[in-house]
Design a protein around this ligand. Structure first.
Ligand code: AP5
Length: 215
């Protein structure tokens, strides 16, 4: 089963993707994670995208489609979770093409709806384990007092993302509403769209997603 988690920055796409990976043998393909890896490894492409990401703007379609093409291994695991991809109409067309070349289909597009105020609260409180990528939140999932990550059991640094500040977040939201939200209509017209309330607890949202995947 191949699905897209669609939603603005901070909607909880990564949090829910991690749960699906752990419980359903699915494979998460997050273009944000791939771009951050490229940035950290200091490749030419990584250097080019670093500033664009820090400003909260979208990286070119050519780069992100190339990344997905590289990582999409046909027929592997329990299906793919596309997290943060596609983000533009050309990316959505490219994904359809790539999946059909694999003989695969897209089974569901889940739009996670969260209002802007909650997004700002979530993003400005987020931190990540630098060892395993587990996501924490000062308000809802604080870093353990002993500094040991609950997922990897190691005491490494917990970092904040360079684009998790109010100015970059304003741009990220504008980019979402201008360039990504048209995908809601695109997938609705293809009868693939399901909408869920992303404002509930992490468990509630897991339940809403499971209800869609299991129907
Ligand atoms: P990307 O990494 O994709 O970031 P994003 O879309 O802005 O989404 P986030 O990762 O910020 O949020 P999320 O929805 O995963 O939320 P999370 O689960 O962490 O992209 C970064 C940049 O890369 C882009 O700006 C762009 O420059 C570039 N890029 C990436 N893909 C691209 C593409 N396809 N095309 C072009 N450019 C691209 O949760 C957030 C916080 O909330 C956490 O602290 C979490 O603990 C908490 N939380 C989660 N769920 C809940 C809940 N239900 N209740 C309370 N708290 C919750």
């Amino acid at each position: 089963m191949n699905i897209i988690l669609l939603g603005p920055p901070g909607a909880g796409k990564g949090t829910q993707a991690h749960h699906l990976v752990a419980t359903r043998d699915m494979i998460q393909l997050s273009t944000g994670d791939m771009l951050r890896e490229a940035k950290d490894s200091g490749t030419e492409m990584g250097k080019r995208v670093a500033e664009v990401m820090a400003r909260g703007e979208l990286v070119t379609d050519e780069i992100v489609i190339g990344l997905i093409r590289e990582k999409l291994e046909c027929g592997k695991g329990g299906g793919f979770i596309f997290d943060g991809f596609p983000r533009t109409l050309p990316q959505a067309d490219a994904l359809g093409q790539l999946l059909s070349e694999c003989g695969e289909t897209l089974d569901a597009v889940i739009e996670m709806q969260v209002d802007d105020e909650a997004l700002v609260d979530r993003i400005t409180a987020r931190s990540t384990c630098s060892n395993c990528g587990e996501v924490y939140n000062d308000n809802t999932k604080p870093i353990p007092a002993d500094g040991v990550c609950t997922k990897c059991g190691e005491a490494h640094e917990f970092t904040r993302r360079a684009d998790d500040n109010e100015e970059a977040l304003r741009n990220r939201l504008m980019e979402y509403y201008k360039k990504t939200s048209p995908l809601v209509g695109y997938y609705y017209a293809k009868d693939m769209l399901s909408r869920i309330n992303g404002l509930g607890s992490v468990k509630d949202v897991q339940g809403s997603i499971a209800a869609i995947l299991d129907r």
